[in-house]
Design a protein around this ligand. Structure first.
Ligand code: ADP
Ligand code: MG
Length: 567
């Protein structure tokens, strides 16, 4: 095959521009990304070799080597994983396959700092090499292909890349970084070892580097022929909790989530019994940009006996917990398990229940913590993910009560309008004789707060929860009661304040109704096509009139939402 030149996909060009112009503050992450790709490639080889052991050729020990060539100023990350065919190199290194790329690009603001954060979340992956290199050469050969079917991919990371055939006896990939002027620190073995220790210690493969000795005559370090393992090379979740530091947990999270920030909380357990598995689950601090994409379920990686099986195993968690990241390593599932089998497996059902319980416990622990800082973390969590968690009330019947306790709402009790009030808080403040929990659903906080329907509740000092999320109407249709108190919308029917209204008031109300009967009749006649009924009400204090919907009818707010959605 002759040398051919290809153009990068437009999004890649944009991404490359961004990488080289705004990721300067945290250069060293390129090594984490490239080692992580090497590790993924080895995972893929191990998986494909389950069906085809010849893929191991004569190199069954999967590993990553980091090589320095001071003379040529190159740094190479070498793996003996799955490798790439010519077409794969063109596709995988010239385009971004991930869905949502376009959407992601659209969100870039042009503000370098913000974009750098966003990009951290998106994961620049391979292209991060261009932070420190002005040219990258990739030499690769896919497992199973002949030595002559290797490929060399070269690009300076601007508009295009070149591809040509090479002979590569060893399987796998070399990523050769030609370092930019001024990036010589990445030729220092000491520096590289320290970066690997920081970011890649938990990688389950050995990462090897050549030993160096000080040559007093030449007065420089010279490379020996012996290699040693720089990392611990045991998958993080297989180690016992006691020997894992918070930092290591955080780094592992950043690697699997592509998040630039650490997680809010994590839980790590070995579960034995009906189904045997290890779970390491994280709750992120920030919602990803595609949290509303309900098709993109599951941030959990599935391993079986430490063999990587799949990313985004959506069967392992319900969709309302799709923000959770982590790893599940099962001891029971077959290695050739497919997504279809997962959906039906009883072991998976047990894992799913177990993971759900753990995540809820993590959240409860934050929400009910004695430490105010933890409770604040829960408040922050709620702002990011509360709307998603609400979906669970309708979807997860078994955990509905636990979920109800985790809900937070804005309320007339707290003028800030922040969603901080739990149903339990509300119940603890109910007035003597009050049975129901009063709520109002509206499309904005201002509209809810200023609703004339609240006047009587304000006057009597009865708290009303202000529901302003899009999902709230739907939530109300699934959550009728909390600890024996029914949730009552103040915008529906004739609100019966029952025992909360004293005899005196009732009598007066009846008198007034009698007095205004002729007026009501006239209004009723003239509004007959537009209102079902006109009546005298005690619910208003200052406003002359308000609209309400009948009991059991679609609320005004929901009607507006449906109209917006074109229904
Ligand atoms: P991601 O790892 O999230 O898929 P990257 O930009 O890091 O995105 O890598 C893009 C793709 O390039 C990978 O999905 C993989 O197909 C391919 N790739 C990158 N590095 C390697 C490697 N060392 N061996 C085999 N394939 C690789
Ligand atoms: Mg990657």
């Amino acid at each position: 095959m002759d040398k051919t030149t290809h153009s990068f996909q437009a999004e890649v060009k944009q991404l490359l521009h961004l990488v080289t112009h705004s990721l300067y503050s945290n250069k060293e992450i390129f090594l984490r990304e490239l080692i992580s790709n090497a590790s993924d490639a080895c995972d893929k080889l191990r998986f494909e070799a389950l069906d085809n052991a010849s893929f191991y050729e004569d190199a069954p020990n999967l590993e990553v080597r980091v090589l320095v060539d001071k003379g040529n100023r190159t740094l190479t990350i070498r793996d003996n994983g799955i490798g790439m065919s010519t077409q794969e190199a063109i596709d995988h290194l010239g385009t971004i396959a991930k869905s949502g790329t376009k959407e992601f690009m659209g969100r870039l603001s042009g503000d370098q700092k913000k974009d750098a954060q966003l990009i951290g979340q998106f994961g620049v992956g391979f292209y991060s090499g261009y932070i420190v290199a002005d040219k990258i050469t990739v030499e690769t050969r896919r497992a199973g292909l002949k030595a002559e079917e290797g490929v060399r991919w070269v690009s300076e990371g601007t508009g295009d890349f070149e591809v040509e055939a090479i002979t590569k006896p060893t399987r796998g990939t070399d990523i050769i970084l030609h370092l930019r002027e001024g990036e010589d620190e990445f030729l220092s073995a000491w520096k590289l070892r320290s970066i690997i220790g920081k970011y890649s210690d938990h990688i389950s493969l050995p990462i090897l580097m050549q030993k160096e000795t000080w040559d007093a005559e030449k007065s420089e370090y010279v490379l020996e022929d012996t290699w040693d393992t720089v990392n611990r090379a045991a998958a993080l979740w297989t180690r016992s909790k006691g020997e894992i530091t918070q930092e290591q947990y955080d780094e592992f999270y950043k690697q699997i989530s592509h998040d630039s920030e650490g997680p809010l909380a994590h839980t790590h357990n070995r579960v034995e019994g009906r189904s045997e598995y290890t779970q390491l689950l994280y709750i992120p601090k920030k919602a990803p940009y595609d949290i509303w994409n309900r098709d993109k379920h599951g941030g959990l990686k599935l391993y079986v006996k430490r063999v990587f099986i799949m990313d985004d195993a959506e069967a392992l968690l319900p969709s309302y917990l799709r923000f959770v990241k982590g790893v599940v390593d099962s001891a029971d599932l077959p290695l050739n398990v497919s997504r279809e089998i997962l959906q039906e497996s009883r072991d998976v059902k047990a894992i799913r229940e177990g993971c759900t319980k753990r995540v809820l416990s993590m959240l409860e622990d934050l929400a009910n913590n004695e430490d105010a800082a933890k409770r604040e973390q829960y408040a922050a969590f709620w702002k990011e993910f509360g709307q998603v968690l609400k979906e669970g009330v309708g979807e997860d019947f078994a955990n509905r009560e636990r979920l109800a306790k985790l809900l937070r709402f804005a309320s007339t009790h707290d003028e800030s309008g922040e969603p901080t009030v739990s149903l339990a808080d509300y119940v603890s403040r109910m007035k003597e004789g009050q049975d129901d929990i009063y709520v109002i659903a509206s499309d904005s906080l201002a509209a809810a707060k200023n609703s004339p329907q609240l006047e009587i509740f304000r006057k009597k000092g009865i708290e009303v929860l202000l529901l302003t999320d899009r999902v709230d109407e739907w939530l109300l249709s699934h959550l009728y009661e909390f600890e024996g108190h029914s949730l009552q919308s103040v915008a529906k029917g004739a609100v019966d304040l029952g025992k909360l209204q004293d005899e005196e008031e009732k009598k007066k109300a009846d008198e007034v109704a009698e007095q205004f009967k002729p007026l009501v009749e006239r209004l009723q006649a003239s509004l007959k096509d537009r209102a079902k009924e006109v009546r005298v009400t005690t619910r208003l204090v200052d406003s002359p009139a308000c609209l309400v919907v009948g009991e059991g009818e679609v609320s005004g707010h929901l009607a507006r939402l449906l109209k917006q959605a074109g229904q």
